[in-house]
Design a protein around this ligand. Sequence first.
Ligand code: SF4
Ligand code: SF4
Length: 443
Amino acid sequence: MVLLPNSTAPCALPDSPLAAAKPGIDACVHCGFCLQACPTYVNLEDENDSPRGRILLMRSVLEGTLPADDADVRTHIDRCLGCRACETACPSGVPYGHMLEAMRATLYTRQPPPLVARVILAVFARRALLSLALLGARVLRATRLPRLLSRLPGRMGFAFAMLASTEAPLRGRRWTPRGTGARGTATLLEGCVMRGLFRHTNAATKRVLRENDYALADTRGQACCGALHAHAGDLDAARALARANVAAFERSSAEWIVVNSAGCGAMMKEYGELLADDPAWSARARAVAERVRDVSELLVAAGPRPTGGPVLLRSNGGGTSAPLRVTYDAPCHLLHAQRVSLPPLQVLGAVRGVDLVALTDSDQCCGSAGIYNLVEPDTSDAVLAPKLAHIAATGAALVATGNPGCLMQLGAGLRRAGAHARVLHPVDLLDAAYASGERAAPA
Ligand code: SF4
Ligand code: SF4
């Protein structure tokens, strides 16, 4: 046994990832300001499912008063969404997200995650296998069967509804951006799910950036960002993927690495911390991380240029008479992890003919949380239910959010609830409005 720094308690797990998170555990003063921000505490009403309770569990495991293979500890840590709303609420600056990753990495070396999680993580770590799986998903989506099968009960039906919700909700029309490229060059993290199932959003991202005077460059050799692996406690796999991306983006001379998936952007902005203990990679990782921007940040730096004209919805078979009611749900990893709050709203505000209505508790998690909705379905549903009720109260036809997991979770929830509202990425709406051909003249 070794003594913990700042504590007389012995450390039961020296050299574990959790031991490295000890300063964060010590920073918690148990004030409870984070409790009402925590979706699992609010929905389950158990202190063990709160940030404060989970930090106490981390301390207990670290000091050896609870064993690392304790089933209850595992349950409460597994139930954490990793949404990091507690970080935003915490006045003491407790870095909860990193502590959670360290706790999971420590627990999962003793008892691996469930089989479904291991399979998903293994597929995401292998580019060829993932491409094949996503190709299969696209073929299935093209048959329109997922729309029908989304009515099946249980998780199977929900999974089909998630796939059905990846269809582009807006009518595509070819248009050519007229930007100058004078703002500099950006290169897009293509992403795994974004490249596989949201190709329309990746294409829209490139078009709207060009329209706003950015030049675009491709980067070859990109890998999965590693966020799913880090959040699940597989830090070795996350670091291997991060190294691959650092090496790939170092080869690009683009000033900015633009990301349109909040979870991937948060991960890439934290590559420096992820590889901090690797002398060969830490400085390189920090340099790449400093170039990462969410697409909304780059667009707002350029305005973005205002738009005009009607936006056409697939679901109503044609045009809508303005104003089109739209609401915005903030992805946790954009709001709480990256602290990017206003830029997505400013992007939506640039779309003329849109009535942007506020969504109650838009800062609360939707229950997607990577693969959480597949491995913790009951808690995920409990977190999603109030979100769907708040969306229904807005009367919005479109819900905008900038993360593939949130797009699929909200899309599936709305579809299975029989709601008419559809989900889309903010850049999809901006792109459709530019495509209307009624772009306002530059100021
Ligand atoms: S708000 Fe911060 S310091 Fe207070 S209990 Fe929560 S994590 Fe601990
Ligand atoms: S990350 Fe989210 S679910 Fe987990 S403790 Fe913090 S607020 Fe609660």
